[in-house]
Design a protein around this ligand. Structure first.
Ligand SMILES: Nc1nc2c(ncn2[C@@H]2O[C@H](COP(=O)(O)OP(=O)(O)OP(=O)(O)O)[C@@H](O)[C@H]2O)c(=O)[nH]1
Ligand SMILES: [Mg+2]
Length: 394
């Protein structure tokens, strides 16, 4: 399963974002380093379910796995301890917690867009800290962390490489294998930066580490606490490619939806109050304020951040494997029971392996359920494809 991590300086709202996205318990407080041990939970990406456009068996209106055509696909989410500038030199909690980022396929950098926390995460007045200054620090810290790992081994690696670049590149990938860094990543980072690792100085190796991280741990940023951020500041952050979010707003809404007070699906631009008369005065005022914020922001920004990380950053597509292609169902008649996130460019054979190793090993051919045509095992799947895998394994 795809894993995203929430990272950023202390007190920017990572745990609030985590709690909103997973509804798992996590401690939230207005002081730095509330979270020490990482929180792990299941969040979802939102997609349009193909069932609404299909002629379903028995005239069924939907597959039963979506809500009015909105389908949620699980991903892992990790909420890690806050990082301060110079964490790689041991400041704050140091960089031991960067280890939690190892498992992540991509990172959502939560920024306190309202400027209400200083670089160390201490509360200050709204706008007193410039959030733009926070955007670059996380990639820098992570780069220095990777550089620190490499530096520990550098003399040995150079000795072992015996002046052969390809040996050095393979050895670098091996040292960083725990970060899911491959030979191809190393080669691509060398190409991108033009750094000759055999003869590079420290600045060159750091530049290479930065490029390596951009490939292996891609990152997007969100400007959290947008509910209390002035419009002009939000605009500036948007210009840096950092869209707004209100994790606290999303958390309030999901709790209200769970309690049956509102109708809201994560990622909707607005919500509807189900029974206004049943709300306390405080609840009504809170929801009204939130409605105004969401109208200003176009939603809470939490679900779009998750979607952007998975679909834009990681380039995933959604494919629906079925056993019975005429009914779009599995062997028990359940319609579109599974939705798989696969890398763009994945083939039916790769889908077969994603379903089960044995199904992959026994792969014979695939059928596009919409056209009933056989498709080549090398053909690239498209987002929303419904595919029957025919395999010798059963
Ligand atoms: N106004 C506003 N406050 C928020 C929002 N999200 C989080 N907060 C507040 O920010 C403070 C810190 O939230 P946490 O979620 O604990 O932050 P964190 O990044 O996990 O902090 P550490 O674990 O200490 O690194 C709390 O007081 C939250 O209520 C938001 O969207 N809007
Ligand atoms: Mg926290």
């Amino acid at each position: 399963m795809i894993t995203l991590a929430l990272a950023g300086k202390p007190n920017c709202g990572k745990s609030t974002f985590f709690k909103a996205a997973t509804l798992a318990d996590a401690e939230i407080a207005n002081y730095p380093f509330t979270t020490i041990d990482a929180n792990h939970g299941v969040a979802y990406v939102r997609t349009s379910c193909p069932c609404t456009a299909l002629a379903l068996p028995g005239g069924a209106a939907s597959c039963g796995h979506c809500t009015d055509g909105v389908r949620f696909i699980p991903i892992n989410l990790i909420d890690v301890a806050g990082l301060v500038p110079e964490a790689h030199t041991g400041r704050g909690l140091g960089n031991q917690f960067l280890d939690h980022l190892r498992q992540a396929d991509a990172i959502i950098h939560v920024v306190d867009g309202s400027g209400a926390t200083d670089a160390e995460g201490n509360p200050v007045g709204v706008g007193e800290h410039d959030p733009e200054s926070d955007i670059a620090f996380l990639p820098q810290e992570m780069t220095m962390w990777v550089h620190g790992i490499l530096a520990k081994h550098w003399a040995r690696l150079l000795r072992q490489a015996q002046a052969k670049s390809f040996v050095l590149h393979a050895a670098v990938a091996e040292v960083l294998a725990g970060l899911a860094i491959t030979n191809e990543d190393v080669a691509a980072a060398v190409r991108e930066t033009g750094v000759d690792l055999l003869h590079a100085d420290e600045a060159g190796v750091i530049e290479f580490c930065g490029a390596l991280l951009r490939r292996s741990k891609p990152m997007i940023a969100v400007a959290n606490k947008a509910d209390q951020t002035p419009d002009a500041l939000l605009e500036r952050l948007r210009e840096h490619g950092v869209p707004p979010a209100t994790a606290a707003g999303e958390l309030a809404l999901r709790n209200a939806a769970k309690a049956g007070l509102v109708t809201y699906l994560p990622g909707d631009p607005s919500f509807t109050v189900t029974d206004r008369g049943g709300l306390s005065k405080a609840q009504a005022a809170g929801l009204d304020a939130l409605a105004t914020v969401m109208a200003r922001l176009g939603g809470t920004g939490v679900q779009p951040a998750l979607n952007r990380a998975v679909f834009d950053l990681l380039g995933m597509i959604v494919v629906y494997p079925v056993e019975d292609e005429t009914h779009f169902a599995d062997g028990r008649g359940r319609i579109l029971p599974d939705a798989f996130l696969l890398r763009e460019g994945s083939t039916p054979r790769e889908l077969a392996f994603a379903v089960h190793t044995e199904i992959g090993e026994g792969f014979l051919y695939a059928i596009d359920a919409r056209t009933h045509m056989r498709i080549k095992d090398t053909q690239q799947l498209r987002d929303g494809d419904i595919i029957r895998i025919v395999s010798a394994a059963k």
